[in-house]
Design a protein around this ligand. Structure first.
Ligand code: PEP
Length: 257
């Protein structure tokens, strides 16, 4: 069975609850009544409840941008997996390069979060990707392999549908520079091989691998035409309803092709 595209919006530290509800309603009005493509919005924690409520019975799913691996306790400012489950989150973004860079998150810490989210039936979207200096030094494969093996150490899956990987070259995030479809596919193929090695042929083939990094309506279709690109994790363009909807449309067209 073919993998269904997943188009995920990472709103980062943008949108108040009221602004988030307005954007979610715009997205759900069009993308919430179709099933060809999975659509996910990931607002900041403060907007999760309001946005989730506004999605109602639409097909658009709700995700979070982070969690803490412990179930509860003295972790000021942190949010647990069960808190996210109670707000009906289906996914959680983990190991985003901004968390790795600004909050010094290591592969080992990201791994604990991945384990916790799976225990709570939250699908982790594990982000991996190299910096420009690493790419220029020819280290892309080594960096991505280390992040994959570290982030997924000891992880067991009942099915490949429980996990999502996002390949996000750091130099392409928010910069307007996009990896060419061929550059992205090369890394996605490596990620697929690593998934198959760890989880076996069947489960490894089911895991969705998203591309992220300045994805826009103008470049989405060519990226979706690659065999191992199963959707997008979208920052800037997910904050503009029309742009996000156009990227969803590009995935729908590809799914039907
Ligand atoms: C992201 O940060 O996940 C991202 C892909 O951002 P942008 O689309 O703005 O490059």
């Amino acid at each position: 069975m073919a993998r269904k595209f997943l188009i995920a919006g990472n709103w980062k530290m943008n949108k108040t609850p009221a602004e988030g509800v307005a954007l979610a309603r715009e997205i759900a009005a069009e993308a919430g009544v179709q099933n060809d493509v999975e659509v996910l919005v990931c607002p900041p924690f403060t907007a999760l409840a309001a946005v989730g409520g506004s999605l109602g019975s639409s097909q658009v799913k709700l995700g979070a941008q982070n969690l803490h691996p412990e179930p509860n306790g003295a972790f000021t400012g942190e949010i647990s997996a069960s808190m996210l489950r109670e707000l009906h989150c289906s996914h959680v973004i983990l190991g985003h390069s901004e968390r790795r860079e600004y909050f010094s998150e290591s592969d080992a810490f990201v791994n604990r979060k991945v384990q916790t989210s799976l225990e709570h039936k939250l699908k982790p979207i594990l982000c991996v990707g190299e910096t420009l200096a690493q790419r220029e030094a020819g280290q892309t494969s080594a960096v991505v392999t280390t992040q994959m093996q570290g982030g997924l150490a000891g992880v067991k899956l009942e099915s490949g549908d429980q996990l999502v990987i996002a390949y996000e070259p750091v130099w392409a995030i928010g910069t307007g520079k996009t990896a060419t479809p061929e550059m992205a596919q090369e890394v996605h193929a490596l990620i697929r091989r690593l998934l198959v090695t760890q989880f076996g042929e069947a489960a490894g083939a089911r895991v969705k691998i998203l591309y992220g990094g300045s994805m826009k309506p103008g470049n989405a279709a060519e990226l979706f035409a690659q065999p191992d690109i199963d959707g997008g994790l979208i920052g800037g363009a997910s904050l503009v309803g029309r742009d996000f909807l156009k990227i969803i449309q590009a995935a729908q067209e590809r799914a039907k092709a």
